[in-house]
Design a protein around this ligand. Structure first.
Ligand code: PMP
Length: 432
């Protein structure tokens, strides 16, 4: 036949903006923490479909849950009472034992949609239109959430409606280098944080503040101790809501807590979740207080709360608990962090910073540790490609594209971690 090769077809008929490998990887199947290409070669998947396949590929429990539900009905809409929706909401709300005021679930289909809904709720509830987000944050790419997202490549001059606060990045410091220390939240639109703008958050009324509990696409950036708690309390004291974006940091990945915000001792008004929620089945949720949920008004979402999604998502919660995946995240994540920190100290210059929590890890690459100049993209790609050749798939992010992101399925073992460390070290050393 004269059918085009898959490479050719993808380049001509599909948009593929984030392909990172020299030779594209044609995947045949996935199993646990591994995926296999069409030649049968096995790869350790350390990016889990962009931090989504939390319990591993093709988990039998999830397949069983989905199949069972599929045989009953696939879709009914929000017009009907459905056991799968109730069972899931009940199961999910059990994970808010410390925040029992968060007792209403709203189901949608993606992280962007969930943040869009959170934005809608915050505006409706507070009757304010502006929100605060952090520099280098990522909250989605539909038009409303593009106003929240603030990382290189996604900024647009015509997007309005949010004020950007500087991220207190412990490694790279604060945006623009000028930092007024009087207040934990400093807002500015585009200038270099003149005094006026520094004080803006205390004067302006805002609908709320969106914070990823650890910055994901921004490069696994962790905030200084107490920052999230103090900043969000200030917002709340001024009538705004704290929206915790748990799209990447939720479902046990950070190891110490089920939700990332719990690690900050913070108390969100709205929690946004997606990705690992249903291990890659399109599903997302917003959990909030009843009085906030009530302001949703004429919102409608045809697929929201899809029964198969609910069945899969419920199985995800059960698997995380039964297989102790949160505990495993902490154990294997700590091992990885310790070994990576050693590697940072052993290698001359290239690894500037190793950071993270549980299996939410960032390795920031620099040309030299003194200047912290970001490592060139070509060298980042060379390392990624070498890792891939040797059976390891990693993620990449950060404002300068110079952070390796390690966020594997939470079922990885210490042996997997050691394999990955060897492959990564070897790939980096070849670049020295
Ligand atoms: N929030 C965060 C923290 C994310 O990382 C992402 C996706 N990378 C989103 C929101 C948007 O999710 P989605 O791609 O499902 O729209």
């Amino acid at each position: 036949t004269n059918r085009k090769s898959i490479n050719e077809f993808f380049s001509q008929h599909l948009s593929f903006p984030f392909l990172q490998y020299k030779e594209h990887l044609h995947v045949a199947r996935g199993e646990g923490q591994f995926i296999y290409d069409t030649n049968g070669k096995r790869y350790l998947d350390f990016f889990a479909g962009i931090v989504t396949v939390g319990v591993g590929h093709c988990h039998p429990r999830l397949i069983e849950a989905a199949t069972k539900q599929m045989k009953k009905y696939w879709h009914l809409s929000t017009y009907y009472l459905q056991d799968s929706v109730r069972d899931y909401a009940e199961n999910l709300l059990e994970h808010f034992q410390d925040d029992k005021h968060l007792s209403v679930c709203l189901f949608v289909n993606s992280g962007s949609e969930a943040n869009d809904l959170a934005l809608h709720l915050a505006k409706e509830y507070t009757k304010q239109s502006e929100v605060i987000t952090l520099r280098n944050s990522y909250h989605g790419v539909i038009q409303s959430t593009l106003c929240l997202t603030n990382i290189a490549g996604f900024k647009r001059s015509y997007l309005t409606g949010s004020r950007v606060a500087m991220t207190p990045d412990p490694y790279r410091g604060i945006w623009g280098g000028q930092y007024c220390r009087d207040s934990p939240i400093q807002t500015t639109r585009s200038c270099n944080c003149q005094k006026d703008h520094c004080q803006a958050s205390d004067r302006y009324k805002v609908a709320g503040m969106f914070i990823e509990s650890i910055q994901g696409y921004g490069g696994s950036v962790q905030y200084p101790k107490n920052y999230v708690k103090k900043a969000t309390e200030l917002v709340q004291q001024n009538g705004g809501l704290y929206i915790a974006d748990e799209v990447q940091s939720g479902f046990g990945r950070t190891g110490t807590h089920f939700w990332g915000y719990q690690g900050h001792g913070a108390k969100p008004d709205i929690v946004v979740m997606a990705k690992a929620i249903a291990n890659g089945f399109p599903f997302a949720a917003v959990v909030t207080r009843p009085e906030i949920a009530k302001t949703v008004g004429n919102y409608f979402n045809t697929y929201g709360g899809n029964p198969i999604g609910c069945a899969v998502a419920s199985a995800v919660l059960d698997v995380i608990k039964e297989e102790k995946l949160q505990e495993n995240s902490l154990r294997v994540g700590t091992h990885l962090l310790e070994k990576l920190a050693k590697l940072r100290d052993q290698l001359p210059n290239v690894i500037g910073d190793v950071r993270g929590k549980g299996l939410f890890i960032g390795v920031e690459m620099v040309t030299d540790k003194e200047s912290r100049k970001p490592y060139p993209i070509e060298k980042m790609n060379a390392i990624l490609n070498r890792c891939r050749d040797n059976g390891l798939l990693l993620g990449k992010g950060g404002n300068f594209g110079n952070v390796f992101r390690i966020k594997p399925p939470m079922c990885i073992t210490i042996e997997d971690a050691d394999f990955a460390l060897n492959v990564l070290e070897d790939a980096i050393r070849k670049e020295l």
